[in-house]
Each structure stands twice: as structure tokens, then as C-alpha cells.
Design a protein. Structure first.
Length: 206
């Protein structure tokens, strides 16, 4: 009986000691876990701060670049707006011209082309909604018998500025566009400022 009691006591002591050690190990494990968690949270916070700082820096650079580009973008928009307004106004004006005046504009371009082609034989294509008869009349006045033939191409009938003649020398070395588009570009290159001032009543938009 004495031996059994001794065994029970020893067993209880071993269990108590094991429980104590297990408790200590568990306690240290919890402390280590808290320490690791705290470090992780600190790292996360630090990383977030670094990301925020980098984002603010990038946003600052972007804002600076945007502010620097705004005046240029405004200027580009203004130039585009003025140019589009002039072209639209010229289109509206040309649309209301008599056909005889349109033909005269094309004939003036043909006379300038004659200075380039010289005495070379030429062929022509009537473009836009210009008729073959109108093109032949213009080229007869300017080139006489040097104009070999005239064809029609109504591919761009709906394009007002395509109205005119595509002129080529017989050897195809020289091609001239005698269209209202070319006449419009010629006027724009020479009178853009005057047209803009007239269109906007003497004061350009800012």
C-alpha cells in the first residue's frame, strides 16, 4: 500500500511539473506570437507610410506636369478652334457661290499649274461634283489642244472641297490638284490672320 501511495504522489508531481512546464512554454509562445504580430503590424504600417509617401510624390509630380502642360493644351485647343471655325466659315461661303465663280477659282489654279507643266501634254480627272463638261471648258481655255482627255471621278461627290480637277502630264511626272480644297488652303496660308479677325469681329478668343 505504501508503494502505491508513493507511486501516486510521484505521478501527481510529474503531472504538476509537466503542467507547469507546459504552461511556461505556452506563455512564452504567446509572448513570442504577440512580439511577432507587433513587428508585423509595425512593418505593415511602415510599408503603408512608404507607399503613401511614394504615391503623394508621384501625384505631386503628375500635378506639376499637368499644371505645366495646361497653358500649352489651352493654346493648342485655341489654335484648333480658330482654324476649324475659319474652315467651316469658308466652306459655308463656298457652298453658296455660283457655279460660274467656282469654275473661275479652278481656272485660276489651272493657270498657275500651266506655269509648272509648260507645254507638256496633260490629262485630267474631274473630281467632286464638277462635271466633265465644266472641266473640259476650263482646260480648253488654259491648255487648248495640249489637254488630251478628261475623265470623271465622282467618288467624293459629297465632299464640297473635292470639287475641281486632278491634272497630270502625259508622262505622269507632274500631278497638280486644282480643287476648292487647294484654293482654301492657299487662302488660309495667305490670309489666316485677317480671316480670323474678321470672323471674330476683330477680337480673337482667349
Amino acid at each position: 500500500m505504501e508503494e502505491l501511495r508513493s507511486t501516486d504522489v510521484l505521478d501527481r508531481e510529474i503531472r504538476a511539473d509537466s503542467e507547469k512546464k507546459a504552461s511556461e512554454i505556452l506563455s512564452r509562445a504567446e509572448e513570442n506570437a504577440k512580439s511577432i504580430l507587433s513587428e508585423v503590424q509595425e512593418r505593415i504600417l511602415k510599408a503603408k507610410e512608404e507607399v503613401d509617401a511614394a504615391s503623394k510624390k508621384r501625384l505631386g509630380v503628375l500635378e506639376k506636369n499637368l499644371n505645366a502642360s495646361l497653358p500649352l493644351e489651352k493654346q493648342r485647343y485655341l489654335v484648333s478652334f480658330i482654324n476649324d471655325s475659319i474652315v467651316d466659315a469658308m466652306k459655308n461661303h463656298i457652298e453658296n457661290l455660283d457655279s460660274s465663280i467656282k469654275e473661275q477659282l479652278i481656272e485660276n489654279l489651272a493657270k498657275k499649274a500651266k506655269a509648272v507643266t509648260g507645254d507638256a501634254k496633260v490629262t485630267a480627272i474631274a473630281t467632286g461634283n464638277m462635271t466633265k463638261a465644266s472641266a473640259e471648258k476650263i482646260l480648253k481655255n488654259v491648255y487648248g489642244t495640249s489637254c488630251l482627255k478628261v475623265e470623271e471621278n465622282h467618288k467624293h461627290d459629297d465632299d464640297l472641297l473635292a470639287y475641281g480637277i486632278i491634272l497630270s502630264t502625259e508622262d505622269r511626272k507632274i500631278t497638280c490638284r486644282l480643287t476648292l480644297e487647294e484654293k482654301t488652303n492657299e487662302i488660309l496660308s495667305q490670309k489666316r490672320e485677317q480671316l480670323a479677325l474678321a470672323l471674330f469681329c476683330g477680337r480673337l478668343p482667349e
